[in-house]
Design a protein around this ligand. Sequence first.
Ligand code: SAH
Length: 499
Amino acid sequence: MDYLPLFLQLRSQPAVVVGGGRVAVRKVDLLLKTGARVTVVAPELREELHKLAASGALRHISAEFEAAQLDGAVIVIAATNDHEVNTAVSAASRARRIPVNVVDDPALSTFIFPAIVDRSPIIVAVSSGGESPVLARRVREQIEAILPAKLGALARFMGERRKAVQRALGIAARRPFWERIVGGLVGTRVLAGDGAGARKAFESELRTSQLTTSPVTGGNELGEVYLIGAGPGDPDLLTLRALQLLQQADVVLYDRLVPDAVLDRSRRDAERIFVGKGGTARLTRAAQAASERATPAQEAGDHAVQEHIHELLVHFARKGLRVARLKGGDPFVFGRGGEEIEVLIKHGIPYISVPGITAALGAASYAGIPLTHRRLAQSVTFVAGHVLEDDSLDWRSLAGPRQTVVFYMGVSHLDRIVAKLREAGAPASRPAAVVERATLPEQRTVAGTLETIAHRARKANVKAPALLIVGEVTAFAAPDTVLAADARKDGSLSHGALV
Ligand code: SAH
């Protein structure tokens, strides 16, 4: 180890920055955050520093550098672009045994700055020992992505309650208690920004812990459910929160729209249960019987599967487990997320819902189709394309010009959808596109018009999952996807093929 990592308490301590340019601004900002008393030595200051000096946030010595300016300082930073001055600052600091950093010059420095992930009071510092700042920054970015934005709030939440917990619990019970706070309901509530829910859960957790004699078995009787939108397929389209909760969950319930690459982002030792149609996991006799009674008709089959999912959610949460319910796209867009939260609310099971990128957004983006466009489409409508039978849809309005209409679950009904639109007055020449397996490596786009699209899709043997997008904007699909398909052949970015 070439450097000792440590965190320096600088509150009210004198710090000197030599230099008044862009780099100095960054260092001054950092020092001010720690509460240091900052002096800037420079004949001239940049606007930002000038303002800080005028407001009294820092002291400005408007002069060339002299060694005596460092007297009394506990830390020195040289941020000039003059090597001679930087060398002088370094020498004067060393002579006074003051830690000094010369920006971008480890040889002249006695300490170096790490790349920082700031979730104060949690701070992560990363250093490559000056070998490769770029690499250190990359590591920092990766950590940045894993750590929830509200981690600092969680640390403060716990800090504020330390004394109360010390009074309430014996030494042996404290650590398991805090482990449950971080890993359970309270933690996820704070991280999701639900302060009231967190406080309530904390108090109930503390009461339970006081009542239980064994600190190990106490508390957290009730688990929770994370209703997570997994996006349309590309695992890189998961949200940061989805990733964080997937890393926590003990059980993951997923269906067929969730590819392995997404599932692989969950915790290694989590139990993964497939709950899609044709799934084998059957928890109770009731669910088994329900699915056996179900007629082959899709509606009835769906119903049994959905009931089964409800039972599983309740069952695992009651066991005190953290259950991730991973759904394709967004849980609340044609995803029956509404029914699932109804059940959770009825059973008093806490849940958090995490939005996902819905298939229409993923497909449009990867196929190069802007869903709205100043000239071509002022609105966009998402329609469930499989419920044509009960037909509560306003086809006249869907057939109107200057809009985009996206039909989910519509591939097997293409002919009927097109016929309905045509009957309602949409012209045969209106552009349309079908996007199959959007955002996945096998993505394909079939482009055409209302006249040709059904035939073309059939010829290309398009299968679910696929979306039908109708509107002038789909004309954009052609050139973009051809380019992307070419790029894919080179092994570069895969946007899919145009059929
Ligand atoms: N909740 C999901 C939709 C579920 S309904 C969401 O927000 O995306 C299932 C339908 O979504 C499929 O029949 C198909 O029309 C569409 N779909 C889901 N994933 C898709 C994908 N990767 N490419 C194209 N369509 C997709």
